[in-house]
Write a protein that binds this ligand. Structure first.
Ligand SMILES: Nc1ncnc2c1ncn2[C@@H]1O[C@H](COP(=O)(O)OP(=O)(O)OP(=O)(O)O)[C@@H](O)[C@H]1O
Ligand SMILES: [Mg+2]
Length: 273
């Protein structure tokens, strides 16, 4: 559990959070939404202790960020948007081994763990390549692997799927959902609303305020019925669902991520015209 309690934060004169509170429950998969500049990355930097709170506190489990930053950092795996700013090794296995070296793993355990992770992130076939020979998306998958290698209790991806194509994004999101099933808390910062398919909960920030928080299905329903989402970039299936709801009063939220069923509904609708 992460509890953010009544925090204040500003960059010099620019206030970002004022008396802001938020809870993340253990073992849930969250998407953190909000338009550019709404404070998503700042929130992550505060959680990691990269930026310092001006007031309030952050608790992770029974530990407080102000007292136990080092312990808390060990429990958090982090993936940023730009892999080139994160990768430090030239070899793929070294990059994954790096995190483990300081934690007393035997070389056999390290080899097994690296193999498991490389298969999970779909880089096993490329293990002999140098990091500089990987594509942007492959490097991003390597960063996800590095974040996973120490079995974090919390995994945060700040637009950490941004460079992935559709298929690899789906693979990674399915992997994240599997980790959630194993009890890992996932916080995914993203602008891709179709990633809602995989998550449990939504946190929607607007200019440093919590605009909406709750269950994924409720959030989608709010968008489809037109109560929310004016500032979000809606993918086509969301627009179609919204129009169907507006014109026919029918809510197709449950089938939103199944393109064939959305198409089927549209065909039925047009055959009646
Ligand atoms: N180091 C900094 N110094 C001063 N202002 C900053 C700094 N970092 C961020 N900001 C400002 O704080 C606000 C929130 O930025 P933040 O990076 O948290 O937004 P975000 O929600 O992550 O946006 P995006 O979707 O573009 O990544 C922005 O207005 C930004 O200009
Ligand atoms: Mg950001």
């Amino acid at each position: 559990m992460i509890e953010i309690k009544n925090i204040d934060f500003s960059y010099y004169e620019k206030k970002i959070f004022k008396n802001f509170s938020l809870r993340f429950e253990k073992g849930k998969f969250y998407i953190l939404l909000g338009k550019n500049g709404s404070g998503k990355s700042t929130l992550v930097k505060l959680l990691l202790g990269i930026e310092k709170l001006k007031a309030g506190e952050i608790l992770v489990g029974d530990k407080s960020l102000s007292k136990d930053l080092f312990e808390i950092r060990k429990e958090i795996g982090m993936v940023f948007q730009n892999p080139d700013e994160q990768i430090i090794s030239e070899r793929i296995d070294e990059e994954l081994a790096f995190a483990m070296e300081n934690y007393g793993y035997s070389s056999n355990d390290m080899r097994d763990r690296i193999e498991t992770i490389l298969k999970e992130i779909n880089l096993w076939e490329k293990r002999e390549l140098r990091v500089s020979q990987l594509s942007g998306g492959e490097k991003q998958r390597l960063c996800i692997g590095s974040a996973l290698v120490l079995n974090p209790k919390i995994l945060i991806l700040d637009e950490g799927t941004a460079m992935l194509d559709e298929k690899n994004r789906e693979n990674i999101l399915e992997l994240l959902a599997k980790l959630r099933d194993r009890g890992v808390t996932i916080i995914l910062i993203s602008h891709h609303l179709n990633e809602l398919k995989y998550v449990d909960e939504v946190v929607y920030l607007k200019a440093g305020n919590l605009d909406w928080q709750g269950r994924r299905d409720e959030f989608i329903k709010e968008i489809v019925t037109g109560n929310l989402g004016e500032n979000l970039e809606l993918p086509p299936n969301f627009y179609i669902a919204r129009e169907i709801y507006k014109r026919k009063g029918v809510d197709i939220t449950k089938n939103l991520f199944k393109s064939e069923e959305v198409a089927e509904y549209l065909c039925q609708l047009s055959s009646k015209i």
